[in-house]
Ligand binder design. Structure first.
Ligand SMILES: Nc1ncnc2c1ncn2[C@@H]1O[C@H](COP(=O)(O)OP(=O)(O)OP(=O)(O)O)[C@@H](O)[C@H]1O
Ligand SMILES: Nc1ncnc2c1ncn2[C@@H]1O[C@H](COP(=O)(O)OP(=O)(O)OP(=O)(O)O)[C@@H](O)[C@H]1O
Ligand SMILES: [Mg+2]
Ligand SMILES: [Mg+2]
Lengths: 255, 255
């Protein structure tokens, strides 16, 4: 039974895509098989793993809108054990088009069902909003991982996110739970970061992962080579942090 | 006649709110009167200028959904000459609620019309998406300022943004034009930043502002005090950059 995790936070630029790619690569390095699903119309996870958008013949849009089978859309990445369902520009239309579709909230869940058990983990990279695409991500998942930037605005939108998760749990997905809250872009040189971390720990206590992802330039460089941090710079602080996170994620699931 | 500028980019975390607040404060320091309009449900611009959400009696949601007058929602900030129309959590419902409203695209434009000429500039802080709220922002504006982070994913979504601007220009706002593209979070220590800047300059040539906003911790600290960078640390690199930007914006408008 695959473990399906939505990586979500409607605050922009907090490290959702970076976490999806690098947690995925670190889990693959541990010998797990991982499927990334890119449901952000910007398609950053798709380009971040080196998939050239012009070579994509089938994408997640067809799964959501045409209820096309997902298998033909799956692409391998450079990292052994890490596959992806890519996103292209046409996904930008899905947010509006889904509004009028029958069973709009469960399209991704239904599409994933056909392949998810071929993987140990499925990681869904969500867009920075709480619309139909994000709701599809939550409905298809059993857990949610919430990246939170170690900066001031970080706490502001978390209430809305928790409300949306509650609504999805109530109407579509009774088992949906928060896997954890991940502090990202931690800059040890400022007091601000430490203050935000302690505030998040007060709100979420043991839901907060012990692993804290540092702000590290190598993490921002890796996607320009279409590689995860594990492949781009295996000995970097970023790679070490995402390896630690992968171990914590496996431990939280209990196997 | 007020100059209305939407600050927009659906890529998350690129510095839209930081630019709205600090460009606003720098314009106010030049003696201009400025109205900020927060149409992001997260309400970061509202808290970033020190407005306590629990004290808000009228917000932009009522202007959009109930067509309430905008004047009662306007609040002064600590910075002389800088006012704001705040956002609260209820705005999160507006994205969906607007879908079925008559003249949904022009609600903000109609609301602003009553007060905009009391200001020299109106700056609209947009959410990280291209839905109804962002479209309201574009329809209400005569110019768009596009912050672009000096990092790899920066260029990916710009095509969608330009397409949406074209659609709004065609259907609702024939005079809508790009005021400029602003490079943000520039970190001189990495090659990546310089590469991204030169690529953006190739695409947008003289639309790119000469001013480049550096990555600077003081900019990330200021909102935790509810202050603009001008008030938080007037001698910082961030304050100097936003002062330069304000002068460039005034020059681009020709007065
Ligand atoms: N720990 C880190 N250290 C330094 N840079 C980082 C780190 N994590 C992410 N970045 C960079 O910060 C930017 C934002 O990260 P990312 O795109 O992963 O966030 P996101 O939450 O997916 O954004 P969006 O809301 O647009 O989907 C990217 O340029 C990324 O390369
Ligand atoms: N030049 C800068 N140097 C350092 N930090 C910055 C800079 N500009 C913005 N920040 C910080 O980066 C984070 C993202 O900036 P901001 O919230 O302004 O982006 P945004 O585009 O408005 O995000 P969203 O897409 O969620 O609306 C914030 O924590 C902010 O304080
Ligand atoms: Mg992303
Ligand atoms: Mg913002």
């Amino acid at each position: 039974m695959a473990k399906v995790i939505a990586i979500a936070n409607q605050k922009g630029g907090v490290g959702k895509t970076t976490t999806a790619i690098n947690l995925g690569a670190a889990l693959a390095e541990l010998g797990k098989t991982v499927l990334l699903v890119d449901i952000d119309p910007q398609g950053n996870a798709t380009s971040g793993v080196g998939i050239e958008k012009s070579t994509i013949q089938h994408d997640v849009y067809e799964v959501l809108i045409d209820e096309a089978p997902i298998a033909p859309a799956i692409r391998h990445t450079e990292r052994q054990g890490l596959d992806i369902v890519p996103a292209t520009l046409q996904l930008a239309g899905a947010e509006v088009e889904l509004t009028t579709q029958i069973a709009r909230e469960t399209r991704l869940k239904n599409g994933l069902a056909a392949v998810q058990n071929q993987y140990d983990y499925c990681l869904i990279d969500c867009p920075p909003s709480l619309g139909q695409l994000a709701i599809n991500g939550f409905t298809a998942s059993d857990r949610i991982l919430i990246p939170v930037q170690s900066e001031y605005y970080a706490l502001e939108g978390l209430g809305q996110l928790l409300q949306t998760i509650d609504l999805v749990r109530k109407h579509f997905n009774p088992d949906l739970a928060i896997l954890g809250v991940l502090m990202t872009m931690f800059d040890g040189r400022t007091n601000l970061a430490a203050q935000v971390v302690s505030e998040v720990q007060q709100h979420f206590s043991d839901k907060v992962f012990k692993t804290i992802i540092p702000r590290a330039t190598r993490l921002a460089e890796a996607p320009s080579y279409g590689e995860s941090i594990i492949d781009y710079d295996s000995s970097s602080r970023g790679a070490a942090a995402y390896r630690d996170l992968a171990k914590e994620v496996v431990a939280r699931y209990g196997n």
